[in-house]
Design a protein around this ligand. Structure first.
Ligand code: FEO
Length: 396
């Protein structure tokens, strides 16, 4: 993307990756992404905030050439992950004398991951500042945005927060600023779910730290810039808060229709009781959509058939992911069908050890569900409704 000026002497010089469809070989990116990098020209010094994915280094240098940049004094490294740091070695070769400015943990990771030498790094601490002449950069150490070394950079005179992954979205757009708050809300929520949800407590702390600061723009390292910062900060407060919604997330697999019959019955029973349901057929589901749904759902019901003696492998994968992401879900259980035996329910329960959930009575039946099994699903729907009423998220 061509350079765009955000404030006098402050430019977005990063790259839009329209075609990227998988990130870290893990996270689907249906809307592409961007690797944002920002150039700040002070009256005495020039700084670059983060670089770009190394595969797109040529696009970053083309943007710097378009702006006639011949010298960079500092590269501010907010995060060591390679989609932002990966072009640093090439930048050090190209801009002689440029110094990397970052925190101690990030310095160690840069040395470890990118073979950067110590003499190229200036280490800063929380609250430290760096002057560029008429501009001042202030550093805010913010560990565990999703790695231990993350930090944010605040440009005081222009009140711009360079937040790196925090507040980001995998969303390719030609617009510098948020083009559509509805679309960006969904992408940012998905992004939060995929990488930040396990660190909800840390993110909450960072939000509190930022609350008293005047912020005109939030410039993340993925997706468009927020010219209405309250929009994304309010969304983050909601996602990281303790509140849950009157929703049952229902990931399932059905091999021969028995589990599917139970899923369909439970959906109808829950809807009749005023509980919303988001089912995900795991043989067709985008895992990012499932992660996003887990951000604030009160309950998860896992629909799992037994394969040989345990859960279907695609259920195992989804349960493993949910356990890693550690959503604030309050209630969980399993429904499904087996042929002749197995330990599906116990295996799933054991896999959810990181979640602080109350485990409701499962409905796990042999073969195709019978009348009594459907009645048990109705009782499960009653139980879920009762729990949601007690949590104050469904009208009594
Ligand atoms: Fe966008 Fe954690 O890197």
């Amino acid at each position: 993307m061509t350079p765009r000026e955000m404030a006098p002497g402050v430019f977005s010089v990063g790259v839009v990756d329209w075609d990227r469809r998988i990130f870290d070989e893990l996270v689907p990116t249906p809307h592409g992404t961007s690797y944002n990098s920002y150039l700040i020209r002070g009256s005495e010094k020039t700084a670059l905030i983060d670089t770009v994915d190394p595969a797109t280094f040529a696009d970053l240098t083309a943007n710097l050439e378009r702006l006639g940049v011949e010298k960079i004094d500092y590269i501010i490294v907010n995060h060591a992950e390679q989609d932002h740091s990966g072009s640093i070695p090439a930048m050090l070769d190209r801009f002689e004398g440029v110094k990397l400015v970052t925190d101690q943990k990030c310095r160690d990771l840069l040395i470890d991951l990118l073979r950067i030498t110590e003499d190229r790094v200036v280490v800063i601490g929380d609250g430290d500042t760096l002057t560029l002449g008429d501009r001042t950069l202030e550093f805010i150490i913010a560990p565990w945005v999703h790695w231990p070394e993350t930090m944010l950079t605040y440009l005081r005179e222009d009140r711009i927060l360079f937040s790196c992954d925090l507040f980001g979205s995998h969303y390719a757009t030609s617009s510098l600023y948020v083009p559509d708050e509805g679309a960006i809300y969904e992408s940012a929520k998905r992004y939060y779910a995929e990488i930040m949800m396990p660190f909800r407590a840390s993110i909450k702390g960072h939000l509190e730290k930022l609350a008293t600061r005047e912020i005109a723009l939030i410039a993340p390292s993925h997706g468009p810039v927020y010219d209405r910062p309250a929009f994304i900060m309010d969304a983050y407060r909601d996602w990281t808060g303790d509140g849950v919604r009157n929703v049952v997330v229902l990931p399932y697999v059905s091999m021969h229709g028995s589990t599917r019959a139970m899923v369909d019955h439970l959906i109808a029973a829950l809807v009749q009781r005023g509980v919303m349901v988001q089912p995900f057929n795991l043989t067709k589901t985008d895992t990012g959509d499932l992660a996003k749904a887990l951000v604030d759902a009160a309950t998860v019901v896992i629909g799992a058939p037994t394969v040989i003696f345990g859960p279907h492998p695609q259920v195992v994968s989804a349960v493993y992911l949910a356990n890693l992401l550690r959503p604030k879900t309050r209630y969980a259980t399993v429904i499904g069908s087996y042929g002749w035996g197995g330990k599906t329910v116990d295996t799933i329960k054991d896999m959810l050890g990181r979640l602080r959930v109350e485990f409701l009575e499962p409905v796990y039946v042999q073969g195709y569900p019978k009348e009594g099994d459907f009645a048990a699903l109705d009782r499960l729907a009653d139980e879920i409704k009762k729990r949601h009423e007690e949590a104050g998220i469904i009208p009594a």
